[in-house]
Every structure is written in C-alpha cells, then in structure tokens.
Design a protein around this ligand. Structure first.
Ligand code: DLL
Length: 432
C-alpha cells in the first residue's frame, strides 16, 4: 500500500494520544487568542484545563457558519494579520461570504494533506495532474495545486472551464490524474466524445472528484466514459479546503485525516453525539491549524462514520458518502427529499443521462416537485408513446422510492446547462 505520510498508518492508540494533545493545545490557544471563543467557552462553563480526555470534546460548544459570518471577515483568526499569508472565501451567494485564513505553516499542513489524497488516488511524482477545479478564492484549485507540487508531480493548473482546451491539453500533455467536480468530469467526457477523442487516446488513470455530492451510479458512469478510477475527495473551506478526507483504493468510505481533524456525528435536531455507523450531521474540530481553528464545526453534511479497520492499512476512521446537506433537504408536502436520492433513481433507468435539475415550486399552498432530465439521443427520437411510458416509469420509481409524487419533464439532449464547477441541481422557485 502506498501512502504519503506515515501518520496515515499510525497505531490507533498513538493516534488517539496525538489527537488529545493537539486538542488541548488548540483549545488553550483559542481561549487565549480569540475573544469569541474565550466568551463561548466561558459560557459553556469550560476552561482549557477541563480537556483531559478525548471524550471531553462533547463539553465544547458548537461553531456554526453564522459564527463565521458574525465575525466577518477576520474576527476568528488566532494570529495577527502579518502572519496570514493566504485568504480564501466562499462565494457567499446567501449573505456574507465566509472568509478563512492560513499561516505559512497552515499552507504546508494543507499541502501535506492534499498530497496524501493524491497518493491515495495512486498518484506518484511521475504523474501529470490536471487541476480543473476553480482557482481563486475557492479552495479547490490552489488546494490541489499545492498538494500535487509537494508530491512532486507535474501540475497543469487549468482551473475550470474552457473545456475543449482542457481535452486538447489533456491529450498533448499526457495528463494521468484529473481533478475536478464530478459534474465537470461528465462535461469533459461529453466534450471529448464530441471531439471524437476516445479516453484510450489519453493517459488518464485516476480522477480526484469532489466538492459536491455524487452517487455510486455517477461514479460508474464517469469511470466508463473517461476510462479511469474515480476517487471521492471531501473537504470544506471553513475547515481547510479539499483534503479533509479521501477514499482509498477500497472505495468504501473516505479516510478522515484524524491527526488534523476530529470527526463526530450528531443528531442535527438535538445536537447529541451519535454512535459510529449511525447517519447524522458531520461535526469537525480542527486540531492542527494556526490561523483559524474551529471547535465542533457543524458542517451540515449528512454522513456516517465507519470505525472498522480498512484493508488498505490506513488507520484513520472513514466517512460514508455525503448523502445530502441538512440545508439541501427539500421538504415536499411533508416528505424529506434529498437531490441525491433523485439522482440515484434517475441513474438506474436506461435511456436517461446524468444531466438533471430539480425544480421546486408552489402552486397555491401545494409544493410541486419537477424533475427535468435529459434523455439519450436514441430515446429522444422515439415515438411519443414511448417517451410517455418513460415519464411514467420515472414517476412510479421516484414515488415508490421517496414516497412523493413528482412531475417529470424529459429534456432534449444537451439542453440542461453543463457545469464547470459545482453543479446547480435544485432551483427552488418558492423562495423567489
Ligand atoms: O468544496 C472544498 C473542496 C474542493 C472539496 C475540491 C473537494 C474538492 P466549499 O466550497 O467550502 O469547499 O464547499 C464545501 O461542499 O460542506 C459539502 O457540502 C460539499 N462537498 C465537498 N466535497 C464533497 C464530496 C469545497 N466529496 C461543501 N461529496 C461541503 C459531497 C461534498 N459533498
């Protein structure tokens, strides 16, 4: 088994000791240097000295996205600005953007974490890594970039978009590892087909895909169309960016790098910690950062933890696929629906493509859920009767799987806008 940093295979006992010592340091540091946390810890009746074992984590208060917004832009930083060498920020489509900062050491730690993810995806210094995540304030582009450089691979810093050029250079430069969102990977596959370039004409072997939810069915589709092994990478800017967790070759959950982040799963309603295996909201605590460390950050991502040993040899706990976000959950006539569940149904029906959008509207007091999905060109040329049958089949399958009725609109091939970064899956007209 290949790994980048021996900490990935550390004995559990040593790993727990490392986590505890880093947690103590982090809490003390936040108490001393961040007025927000000092106040919050005092309110929770918690002094740094109260952290004696890892289970004391539960005594600590949660941090939410609103806390970051309330302290916009730099209020949660634990070091003076002259020590900050990089800023990233979320796009801030709703409300103020979330701003994060890094010291020089943080950038090194982050690069190490991302180098681990590339090695988990079979990367070596001989690889040519095409980074097609967006560069800029988004953490995807520069995050993968620094990790690939630290590994010693050859980096092609493409950023997102300009898809034909992505394909051309992929062939010319002999790209072996593609990094982008899964929806953009599909877009690239489609453009490649249009350019009549076969994946066999490329040297692609792995894809490091993340930054948005995707299903097992989507993985199969991408793997077939790009002829590579697709690996799921997870992360969020508030915590560090990409590199919080990565799948190994087992493709059965993503290892969370516990030397840097302590994961918990909580019941999003009560805030109570749930046992391993149970699905709930992922909560992460930074224990290896200087500029900005968050205690028990509520990610809003829904997943579970798997503490069983992994055949790959890495000792770090695994998280399941993110099945949705607590704030992405659509409540349709009282039924909870996640876009990923609709994706799963669609991708199992022949004749449909992975290009879909979910439109929610309210007519009177009734919520209407419409699934718009593109059909394949051969299905599109079928007679109306067949298309109607297909529509009914989708309606029936969604109804039986989710318990909610939907309207289905079959769309002409290539009519739904293609993504170059995070795909826009849900259009909720109720809020407008
Ligand atoms: O998306 C960081 C990243 C860049 C991760 C490149 C992986 C690759 P944000 O823009 O802050 O950061 O968005 C974070 O995206 O809370 C999840 O809801 C979602 N997300 C990220 N990775 C995955 C994944 C980056 N593998 C938010 N599966 C997170 C599902 C993901 N959702």
């Amino acid at each position: 088994m290949q790994y980048f940093n021996p900490v990935e295979v550390l004995d559990r006992e040593e790993l727990e000791a490392l986590k505890l010592s880093r947690l103590k340091t982090t809490v003390a540091n936040l108490y001393d240097n961040v007025p927000f946390y000092r106040k919050k810890l005092k309110e929770a009746g918690c002094e740094p000295g109260d952290i004696k074992e890892l289970s004391d984590l539960e005594k600590l208060p949660f941090t939410t996205k609103d806390d970051l917004r309330d302290n916009y832009p730099f209020g949660l930083f634990a070091v003076p600005m002259r020590e900050i060498i990089r800023i990233h920020a979320s796009s801030g489509t709703t409300g103020k953007p979330t701003v994060v900062g890094y010291t020089a050491k943080d950038i090194q730690v982050w690069a190490d974490l991302v180098a681990r993810t590339i090695v988990a995806a079979m990367g070596t210094p001989d690889d040519v890594v095409q980074v097609a995540y967006g560069y800029g304030l988004f953490t995807g582009g520069l995050g993968l970039h620094y990790g690939a450089e630290l590994l010693g691979a050859t980096v092609v810093p493409m950023s997102g978009g300009n898809t034909k050029r992505q394909v051309r250079l992929m062939v010319d430069f002999g790209t072996t590892i593609l990094c982008c969102t899964p929806s953009y990977a599909l877009n690239i596959a489609e453009v490649m087909e249009e350019m009549q370039i076969s994946p066999k004409d490329t040297r692609l072997k792995s894809g490091i895909f993340g930054a948005e939810p995707w299903s097992e069915e989507m993985r199969k589709e991408i793997e077939e169309r790009l002829n590579l092994s697709a690996i799921d990478i997870y992360g969020l800017s508030e915590i560090i960016g990409p590199g919080v967790s990565i799948e190994c070759q087992e493709k059965a959950g993503a290892h969370i790098f516990e030397d840097s982040f302590i994961p918990e799963i909580i019941d999003p309603t009560t805030g109570r910690t749930l046992p391993p295996g149970q699905e709930g909201e992922l909560v992460l605590t930074n224990i290896n950062k200087e500029a900005l460390s968050l205690l028990r950050y509520r990610t809003r991502d829904i997943t579970h933890l798997d503490i069983s040993p992994c055949p790959c040899g890495r000792t770090h706990v695994r998280m399941g696929r993110v099945t949705g976000r607590t704030d992405d959950m659509l409540i349709i006539r009282g039924v909870n629906v996640f876009p990923s569940q609709i994706e799963m149904v669609i991708m199992q029906i022949p004749g449909l493509t992975p290009h879909y959008q979910i439109v929610v509207d309210r007519v009177g007091s009734l919520d209407i859920l419409e699934v718009q999905v593109e059909v394949t060109p051969d299905v599109f040329s079928d007679e109306i009767k067949k298309l109607e049958e297909l529509e009914r089949r989708i309606q029936d399958e969604v109804q039986s799987y989710l318990g909610v009725s939907v309207k289905v609109r079959l769309m002409e091939p290539k009519s739904i806008q293609r993504s170059e970064g995070k795909a826009l899956r849900v259009i909720d007209k109720r809020k407008i």
